[in-house]
Design a protein around this ligand. Structure first.
Ligand code: ADP
Length: 397
């Protein structure tokens, strides 16, 4: 066989959809999965069940792979260095990936390259959090309080605390209003990062893909709407986003990718402030929920471009296919039979594309998403929202 083998660490839905994008190209995938039931393990032919935290498991898995890439950011950085030392291409490499693994490292690097960020520092204990809040109040805020909605008090609280490693979907993030409330994040025994609570008007994401020899493509900047810390809706492109700010966000993402040496898909999650600026929230170096719309709404999807990038193939056109594409996540609801909703949803909206991950339906769990597109934003949003709610079972007509 002359076709390369991509080794994918992690068996979640991102791995499943990356594999799907590799099929038309004849790319072979080998998967390292926690269980045989994981989302991607259900569809990939060659599955190794094992623990990605164990170096020997990773080494054995990597044998026979032409390149290693990821479904998540949790593989220990030192293991990735060991694989590289064994001569296996790891994409993105550990030198880049560490910035998506550790929020402290990420903030330090972004500050060094002059990327706009909320004020932040590593804090030692609750008293140090109170000291940080007081420093902010003495004039250190990056973003002026937006008045009533900002809710910032004379002692500088509220402040956002984050464990530097291991968080996802808002887990590992706390908004604390007092020194007493600041005790909880320190219980995990990992370093804690304090950030000013940004009074943002909305969240945006700038998604780009970069290949090893430095070619890069930028997708339109999207708006991402979170509910209870979980991504709910993504609108592409971000409605009424100032053209200058959109360009700035894309340039910023391209610059971060090049400074950090990112290979593959990079999502830069951003806050847009009332005074017309963007601040970086966090980085993800893999296909990302804010890029799922590209499967049906862009000429080349984030997954297809991630596969091309890790194999150092020329990247595909990132431009949108329609004026508006909206993605809504489908969360598990109270009844488990999602397939029942297909007939209604497909009949109602012929443009609708359903993507299900093969996961057991549990309340609040991301089990799939829908994409739909068209010329009229209000109509496209309504169709996507309706389908996601109907599949979940929160509406019945
Ligand atoms: P995760 O790794 O869990 O995705 P994030 O750092 O993205 O964590 O934070 C989750 C959510 O918390 C963000 O999407 C945003 O809504 C909110 N958030 C995070 N940092 C800040 C901040 N400095 N100011 C205001 N809100 C924040």
């Amino acid at each position: 066989m002359t076709f390369p083998v991509v080794g994918m660490v992690g068996g979640g839905q991102l791995a499943r959809m990356t594999h799907e994008a590799g099929i038309p190209l004849g790319i072979r995938f080998k998967l390292l999965s926690d269980t045989p039931q994981d989302s991607a393990a259900q569809v990939v032919n060659e599955v190794v069940v094992g623990d990605y935290r164990d170096l020997e498991t990773l080494r054995a898995f990597a044998r026979g792979c032409d390149v290693i890439t990821f479904d998540h950011e949790h593989v220990p950085t030192e293991h990735l260095r060991a694989l590289e030392a064994d001569g296996i291409p790891v994409r993105p490499g550990p030198g880049a990936l560490v910035h998506a693994q550790d929020k402290g490292v990420m903030r330090a690097k972004l500050a060094e390259i002059g990327a706009p960020c909320p004020r932040h520092r590593i804090v030692a204990d609750p008293a140090d959090v109170a000291a940080f809040a007081a420093e902010l109040e003495r004039g250190g805020h990056e973003v002026p309080s937006g008045g009533a909605g900002g809710g910032r008090r004379a002692d500088g609280f509220p402040v956002v605390l984050k464990t530097v490693r291991g968080g996802y979907d808002g887990k590992g993030v706390w908004v604390v209003r007092s020194e007493a409330e600041a005790a909880e994040p320190f219980r995990a025994g990992v370093p804690v990062l304090a950030e000013e609570k940004v009074d943002f008007v909305r969240e945006l994401a700038a998604n780009i893909v970069r290949s090893p020899h430095g070619q890069a493509v930028a997708y339109p900047v999207v708006e991402s709407i979170q509910v209870d810390g979980v991504c709910d809706t993504v609108i592409a492109p971000a409605p009424e986003l100032d053209e200058r700010l959109a360009g700035e966000a894309q340039q910023l993402a391209l610059r971060i990718a090049s400074e950090l040496g990112v290979v593959g898909h990079l999502a830069v999650e951003l806050f847009e402030t009332a005074d017309g600026r963007i601040l970086v929230n966090e980085l993800a170096m893999r296909p990302h929920n804010s890029g799922h719309w590209t499967q049906d709404g862009a000429i080349t999807s984030q997954f297809a471009n991630h596969v091309r990038a890790v194999l150092d193939l020329p990247l595909g056109d990132p431009r949108p296919r329609a004026p508006w594409t909206v993605m809504c996540n489908v969360l598990g609801g109270d009844y488990p039979d999602m397939y029942q909703g297909y007939l209604h949803c497909m009949a109602r909206d012929p443009q609708l594309k359903i993507h299900m991950y093969g996961k057991d339906v549990k309340p609040g769990r991301k089990v799939g998403h829908v994409n739909t597109y068209g010329d009229d934003l209000a109509d496209v949003r309504e169709r996507a929202r309706h389908a996601a709610d109907y599949l979940r079972g929160t509406i019945t007509e």
